[in-house]
Write a protein that binds this ligand. Structure first.
Ligand SMILES: [Zn+2]
Length: 143
Protein backbone atom coordinates (compact mmCIF):
# COMPACT_ATOMS: atom_id res chain seq x y z
CA UNK A 1 0.00 0.00 0.00
CA UNK A 2 2.98 2.31 0.03
CA UNK A 3 3.01 3.08 -3.67
CA UNK A 4 3.86 6.56 -4.79
CA UNK A 5 0.35 7.89 -5.21
CA UNK A 6 0.25 10.73 -7.66
CA UNK A 7 3.95 10.48 -8.51
CA UNK A 8 5.07 8.78 -11.66
CA UNK A 9 8.11 6.64 -11.10
CA UNK A 10 7.52 4.63 -14.27
CA UNK A 11 8.30 0.97 -14.76
CA UNK A 12 11.67 -0.07 -13.41
CA UNK A 13 12.13 -3.74 -14.30
CA UNK A 14 15.05 -5.10 -12.31
CA UNK A 15 16.57 -7.48 -14.87
CA UNK A 16 16.44 -4.91 -17.66
CA UNK A 17 18.01 -2.30 -15.38
CA UNK A 18 20.83 -4.65 -14.37
CA UNK A 19 21.53 -5.55 -18.00
CA UNK A 20 21.64 -1.89 -19.01
CA UNK A 21 23.93 -1.16 -16.07
CA UNK A 22 26.26 -4.02 -17.06
CA UNK A 23 26.41 -2.48 -20.54
CA UNK A 24 27.17 0.86 -18.83
CA UNK A 25 24.01 2.43 -20.25
CA UNK A 26 21.36 4.53 -18.52
CA UNK A 27 19.00 2.21 -16.59
CA UNK A 28 15.98 4.28 -17.65
CA UNK A 29 16.41 4.48 -21.43
CA UNK A 30 19.26 2.07 -22.20
CA UNK A 31 20.69 4.51 -24.74
CA UNK A 32 22.64 7.21 -22.94
CA UNK A 33 25.96 6.45 -21.29
CA UNK A 34 25.81 5.85 -17.54
CA UNK A 35 29.36 7.15 -17.08
CA UNK A 36 30.81 10.51 -18.04
CA UNK A 37 34.33 9.12 -17.50
CA UNK A 38 35.74 5.79 -16.36
CA UNK A 39 33.89 5.05 -13.09
CA UNK A 40 32.48 8.61 -12.95
CA UNK A 41 28.68 8.31 -13.06
CA UNK A 42 27.06 11.06 -15.13
CA UNK A 43 24.84 13.45 -13.16
CA UNK A 44 22.06 13.03 -15.73
CA UNK A 45 21.55 10.73 -18.69
CA UNK A 46 22.66 12.59 -21.85
CA UNK A 47 19.75 11.02 -23.79
CA UNK A 48 16.69 11.05 -21.53
CA UNK A 49 17.85 13.36 -18.73
CA UNK A 50 17.21 10.81 -15.97
CA UNK A 51 18.93 11.93 -12.75
CA UNK A 52 21.71 9.47 -12.01
CA UNK A 53 23.59 11.39 -9.34
CA UNK A 54 21.57 9.83 -6.50
CA UNK A 55 23.66 6.66 -6.49
CA UNK A 56 25.73 5.67 -3.48
CA UNK A 57 28.19 3.08 -4.67
CA UNK A 58 30.89 3.51 -2.01
CA UNK A 59 33.13 0.42 -1.87
CA UNK A 60 30.62 -2.11 -3.20
CA UNK A 61 31.91 -2.17 -6.81
CA UNK A 62 35.47 -2.78 -5.58
CA UNK A 63 34.26 -5.45 -3.16
CA UNK A 64 32.35 -7.40 -5.82
CA UNK A 65 35.23 -6.97 -8.28
CA UNK A 66 37.66 -8.49 -5.76
CA UNK A 67 35.30 -11.42 -5.10
CA UNK A 68 34.73 -12.16 -8.80
CA UNK A 69 38.28 -11.56 -10.06
CA UNK A 70 39.75 -13.45 -7.13
CA UNK A 71 37.69 -16.55 -7.86
CA UNK A 72 38.46 -16.44 -11.61
CA UNK A 73 42.19 -15.75 -11.35
CA UNK A 74 42.88 -18.11 -8.46
CA UNK A 75 41.04 -20.90 -10.29
CA UNK A 76 43.12 -20.27 -13.41
CA UNK A 77 46.38 -20.13 -11.42
CA UNK A 78 45.61 -23.47 -9.77
CA UNK A 79 44.58 -25.08 -13.07
CA UNK A 80 47.75 -23.91 -14.84
CA UNK A 81 49.92 -24.94 -11.91
CA UNK A 82 48.44 -28.44 -11.80
CA UNK A 83 48.58 -28.89 -15.58
CA UNK A 84 51.99 -27.39 -16.45
CA UNK A 85 53.88 -26.56 -13.21
CA UNK A 86 55.48 -23.45 -14.72
CA UNK A 87 58.21 -21.56 -12.78
CA UNK A 88 57.09 -18.89 -10.33
CA UNK A 89 58.42 -16.02 -12.46
CA UNK A 90 56.15 -17.17 -15.29
CA UNK A 91 53.16 -17.29 -12.92
CA UNK A 92 53.93 -13.72 -11.84
CA UNK A 93 54.44 -12.55 -15.43
CA UNK A 94 51.05 -13.96 -16.46
CA UNK A 95 48.78 -13.45 -13.48
CA UNK A 96 49.78 -10.05 -12.12
CA UNK A 97 48.97 -8.16 -15.35
CA UNK A 98 45.99 -10.43 -15.98
CA UNK A 99 44.56 -9.61 -12.54
CA UNK A 100 44.92 -5.87 -13.12
CA UNK A 101 43.40 -5.99 -16.61
CA UNK A 102 40.45 -8.17 -15.61
CA UNK A 103 39.76 -6.04 -12.52
CA UNK A 104 39.77 -2.83 -14.60
CA UNK A 105 37.55 -4.48 -17.23
CA UNK A 106 34.84 -5.66 -14.82
CA UNK A 107 34.88 -2.75 -12.32
CA UNK A 108 32.84 -0.35 -14.48
CA UNK A 109 30.14 -2.89 -15.48
CA UNK A 110 29.81 -3.96 -11.84
CA UNK A 111 29.46 -0.33 -10.74
CA UNK A 112 26.93 0.18 -13.54
CA UNK A 113 24.90 -2.76 -12.27
CA UNK A 114 24.99 -1.46 -8.69
CA UNK A 115 23.88 2.03 -9.73
CA UNK A 116 21.11 0.49 -11.86
CA UNK A 117 20.06 -1.72 -8.95
CA UNK A 118 19.68 1.35 -6.74
CA UNK A 119 17.73 3.08 -9.51
CA UNK A 120 15.40 0.11 -10.07
CA UNK A 121 14.73 -0.35 -6.34
CA UNK A 122 14.16 3.39 -5.78
CA UNK A 123 17.00 3.48 -3.27
CA UNK A 124 18.41 6.72 -1.85
CA UNK A 125 17.52 9.79 -3.91
CA UNK A 126 16.06 7.68 -6.73
CA UNK A 127 12.95 7.45 -4.54
CA UNK A 128 10.76 10.52 -5.18
CA UNK A 129 9.69 10.40 -1.51
CA UNK A 130 13.28 10.40 -0.28
CA UNK A 131 14.15 13.04 2.29
CA UNK A 132 17.78 14.04 2.44
CA UNK A 133 19.24 13.27 5.83
CA UNK A 134 21.09 16.04 7.54
CA UNK A 135 23.96 14.29 9.23
CA UNK A 136 24.50 16.30 12.37
CA UNK A 137 21.06 17.87 12.77
CA UNK A 138 20.22 15.60 15.69
CA UNK A 139 23.68 15.68 17.18
CA UNK A 140 23.98 17.47 20.51
CA UNK A 141 25.65 20.88 20.32
CA UNK A 142 29.34 20.77 21.00
CA UNK A 143 30.46 22.39 24.23
ZN1 LIG B 1 18.61 7.67 -20.19
Amino acid sequence: MSDHAGQSTGERPLQQSLLRGALMKCPACGVGSLFSRYLKVADHCPECGEALHHHRADDAPAYFTIVIVGHVIVSLVLAVEMAFRPPLWLHAAIWLPMTILVALAVLAPIKGMLVSLQWALLMHGFDPDYKEEIGDRLAPPSA
